[in-house]
Design a protein around this ligand. Structure first.
Ligand code: UDP
Length: 241
């Protein structure tokens, strides 16, 4: 988020990729893509390509980490070295540790973890190709993988970002907008409870801009939620046939 560049991000009321201000990138989802995982999903969101896999619930080791009242919900976010233009150094870094933490917390807020005392539910999010908004895409894919695994949950997590680009409040920033725009506001919601599971902000917004961006991001989450539900319904139909 630099807010400064010579790159033209908005021309004739349209964004670099031709989208309107309140338009999402194309989203495609699939579940059950990894037969060896308990549950899995694959998500394409614009140029982002994300795979998520669930392992568990199973007994948590080492034992001192066990909680007799609930399962540990643990998410690891990893960005592949080839997922970005400038090769990313393999392995965890500050950013991936942060994103793993916020994803773990968001997913823990929907999983009925008290049903699995002393257990762990591991969720692995692999970013195969990145073009901004990967934490939102990763969270969305992770909750689909949990649903595919049949883990009991209050609801899915639906996630989307809004932000400010050349003074305009826009939905679902892509890489150039994320790099050179003025603000990015990724959120995640628990749609049925109308609760927030994630709210972060990188950059500056006035109060008015903030509420406009928040409402736009929430609308985006609800659209993502519809695609998630439809994907799960379609996959159940395929399984039944
Ligand atoms: N990015 C990159 N190299 C990195 C980290 C990020 O090129 O080591 C790019 C990548 O396209 C990512 C974008 O910068 O999606 C925005 O990163 P940010 O930290 O804002 O997270 P995101 O928007 O992906 O949740």
């Amino acid at each position: 988020m630099s807010g400064k560049s010579n790159v033209v991000l908005i021309k004739d009321g349209k964004r670099l990729d031709g989208r309107k201000f309140d338009e999402l990138r194309d989203i495609k989802m699939e579940v059950g893509v990894l037969p060896r995982a308990q549950g899995s999903s694959y998500l394409e969101w614009g140029k982002n390509k994300v795979m998520a896999g669930v392992y568990g619930p199973r007994k948590l080791h080492p034992m001192f980490l066990q909680n007799p009242t609930k399962a540990l919900v643990r998410c690891v976010y990893n960005m592949a070295p080839f997922s970005v233009e400038d090769r990313k150094r393999p392995g965890p870094d500050r950013r991936s540790v942060e994103i793993s933490k916020i994803c773990s917390e968001a997913l823990d807020s929907v999983v009925l973890s008290e049903r699995f005392p002393n257990a762990v539910i591991d969720i692995f999010v692999e970013i195969l190709q990145a073009d901004a908004g990967t934490r939102c895409a990763g969270l969305t894919a992770a909750s689909m993988a949990l649903a595919d695994a049949g883990i009991p949950m209050k609801d899915l997590i639906a996630s989307c970002a809004a932000g400010k680009v050349e003074g305009e409040i826009v939905l679902d920033l892509m890489k150039e907008e994320d790099n050179y725009g003025e603000c990015d506001l990724p959120i995640a919601i628990i749609p049925r409870k109308k609760e927030f599971a994630l709210l972060q902000m990188d950059g500056k917004l006035s109060r008015q801009e903030y509420s406009k961006a928040l409402n736009l991001a929430m609308d985006g989450c609800l659209k993502v939620y519809e695609i998630q539900k439809q994907t799960l319904i379609d996959s159940a139909k395929v399984e039944a046939n």
